[in-house]
Design a binder for this molecule. Structure first.
Ligand SMILES: [Fe+2]
Length: 626
């Protein structure tokens, strides 16, 4: 993927689609086009604006940070701006990393950046801030409640200045940071003052360890973590065993895009990921609890963490959680390039589930971090999922926001990954796939065979992935795993309202027959940001309806198999999508709430509950029996 040759055909067709500076209606329609699909935020438009030098000769201005010593791995940093002569509503602070990055005028022409879906026509900051906040977040700032006299004449104060303080949630992103005080708002920023740079106490610290399964035995687990250190480290586990890490990384040159049309990932969104370590813990027992720590004597060790191995394929009982489209959100009042507002509460609720010991594994089926070319956001995402992903297997599928980019071989020609083209995703989440950029795999846990595909790679009949799906589904031993769950990112059935058609009829036409022919029980997709469940459906026809059990819950009888049951579960963080008023009869349940789905599979039954994250209420419940 080192060179993603962006062909002229793509370039011209893309520009034809998006570039018409004279047309304001195009801006609206482009925003609509990208709603829910591509990163746009108020904050992102910073990159489109001309940055003037502020004509501010204020000699009293200072930007001070609460931690002037080295930063810990996670802290809330208070940034105080003092010496302000005239506080304005448009003043704001950006967190920049590494320090001294160029956040002034960028020489590139703005139309090179149309690919991110923003048709603004102005130049940009050359290096994107990690996050930013308006000074008005401090209510005392505009009112100048914190006054200071800077100059006295004959005992009378003749110059009074104001100050304000903001708090930023800072995690160890290895590179040093500084805080930059801007005037002019996000739309027309200019730099007033930069703070002194501040470094992390240990930029090499091993952090953000997360687990995944490498096979269906439940006896091996892979731990993947991030460190600023490129030497091998160790995972020490199960009271005396150890595994040595494989170390990898990716560089700016690995990102997609071209010099002609740089992507966010290869240009203003780049942030050095440090080194990604993976080590496999072996000789474990399935469904068992152990502890581990990771790191090395020279760079430090994580704390001791308890984790659970999943049940072995063929055993009886599995409890897992699944969802799509989670992303992350700031834990302070900052704006970031892309925020998924439901993610924090969904993660909090799932962390409580994992802490209760009732979760064997987790499946996150695409649209993982929404870093989309703003790479520092992967660190924040890994930090967010750490409470669950460090304790149980966190399995993933690839989504459009990890993979798609023009000219990169993705099925859908969109710039949704911001130029990451799956490189960052595959490095952070090394699944037991068929190979590099072949992110499809199967895994068995207890009574369930999971077939996980990429909707972003060719699934047409005859393609490598299609043949693999056919072979994988065809080879399931139902005596060992009575249930087959098929998962990917883009749905086959959705009643989402308006916007782009979320369902690709070609995908349905090619792949749905494989599901029916191989008696797939349940199909899970994301991409659409709500919860929806179907009847037993094939080619949009209900082949069977569930019946009510004694408690009034829908029960599908798969001992008399008719067709797969499909569910969209993309409601874990991204702003929710509304449903259409006119729904087809295959759509049985529709919920527009943030949450996750809880599964309990035995050999006779899968019970499914959609949990609303803020209240933990069950908003839908159904069973499939055999
Ligand atoms: Fe998506």
């Amino acid at each position: 993927m080192k060179e993603c040759n962006l062909s002229w055909v793509f370039l011209i067709s893309f520009l034809f689609l998006f570039f018409d500076p004279s047309s304001s209606h195009l801006l609206n329609s482009t925003a609509e086009y990208h709603h829910g699909h591509t990163a746009i935020s108020d904050f992102r438009v910073i990159n489109r604006r001309e940055l003037d030098d502020c004509p501010d000769l204020n000699p009293y201005l200072e930007v001070n940070i609460s931690s002037n010593s080295a930063l810990s791995n996670e802290e809330y940093v208070t940034v105080t701006v003092s010496g302000v002569l005239l506080p304005a509503e448009s003043d704001w602070i950006g967190m920049i990393s590494p320090s001294h990055s160029d956040v002034s005028n960028c020489p590139q022409n703005a139309w090179l950046y149309l690919q991110t879906g923003d048709t603004s026509t102005l130049p940009l900051l050359c290096h994107y801030p990690v996050k930013g906040q308006y000074m008005t977040t401090d209510p005392a700032y505009l009112k100048c409640e914190k006054k200071e006299c800077k100059k006295y004449v004959k005992g009378v104060c003749v110059v009074t200045t104001c100050s304000g303080s903001l708090t930023f949630h800072v995690i160890n992103i290895r590179t040093d940071i500084e805080f930059v005080y801007f005037a002019g708002g996000f739309q027309t920023p200019c730099i007033l003052k930069r703070s002194s740079p501040v470094s992390f106490a240990n930029p090499q610290m091993p952090l953000y360890g997360h687990l995944s399964s490498v096979d269906s035995t439940g006896k091996s687990m892979k731990l993947t973590w991030v460190s600023g250190d490129n030497k091998t480290q160790q995972v020490q586990y199960a009271g005396g065993k150890s595994g040595t890490s494989m170390v990898t990384t990716f560089t700016q040159d690995d990102m997609c895009g071209s010099k002609l049309l740089p992507s966010p990932a290869m240009d203003f969104g780049w942030h050095d990921p440090g080194y990604i370590h993976s080590a496999v813990m072996t000789d474990l027992e399935p469904s068992s609890t152990y502890s581990y720590r990771y790191g090395s004597g020279s760079v430090g060790w994580s704390e001791q963490i308890n984790f659970k191995t999943p049940p072995a394929g063929g055993s009886d009982e599995l409890r897992f959680l699944a969802f799509g489209d989670m992303g992350k959100a700031p834990r302070d009042p900052s704006a970031e390039h892309y925020i998924q507002p439901g993610s924090l509460l969904v993660m909090k609720a799932m962390a409580a589930e994992v802490a209760s010991g009732n979760v064997d594994s987790i499946f996150h089926i695409g649209d993982i971090s929404y870093a989309t070319g703003f790479l520092v956001e992967w660190d924040y995402f890994l930090h967010l999922i750490n409470p669950v992903a460090s304790q149980v297997s966190y399995m993933t599928a690839i989504g459009n926001h990890e993979r798609d980019y023009l000219g990169s071989g993705s099925v859908y020609i969109t710039p949704d990954s911001g130029g990451e083209c799956g490189i960052a995703y595959e490095t952070y989440f090394p699944m037991p796939t068929q190979g590099k950029d072949k992110p499809w795999y199967s895994i068995e846990q207890a009574s369930v065979h999971f077939t996980v595909i990429s909707t972003e790679h060719d699934w047409n009949e005859g393609s490598e992935q299609y043949k693999w799906i056919q072979k994988d589904l065809g080879s399931v031993d139902r005596a060992k795993t009575p249930w087959v769950i098929f998962a990917g990112h883009r749905p086959m059935y959705s009643s989402m309202k308006g916007g782009l058609l979320p369902v690709d009829p070609d995908f349905v036409k090619e792949v749905e027959p494989l599901l029916l022919n191989n008696k797939v029980d349940l199909v899970l997709f994301g991409h659409v940001h709500n919860y929806e469940r179907t009847c037993a459906v094939y080619q949009s026809d209900c082949k069977a309806m569930p019946t009510k059990d004694k408690d009034g819950f829908d029960t599908y009888d798969n001992s008399n198999y008719s067709a797969p049951i499909q569910a969209v579960i993309g409601m874990a963080g991204f702003t929710l999508d509304e449903f259409s008023n006119n729904v087809d009869n295959w759509s049985l349940v529709r919920v527009t709430e943030f949450g996750y789905v809880r599964f309990h599979a035995t050999r006779q039954e899968i019970s499914v509950e959609f949990v609303k994250s803020d209240t933990r209420q069950i908003k839908d419940r159904f069973r499939i029996t055999k």
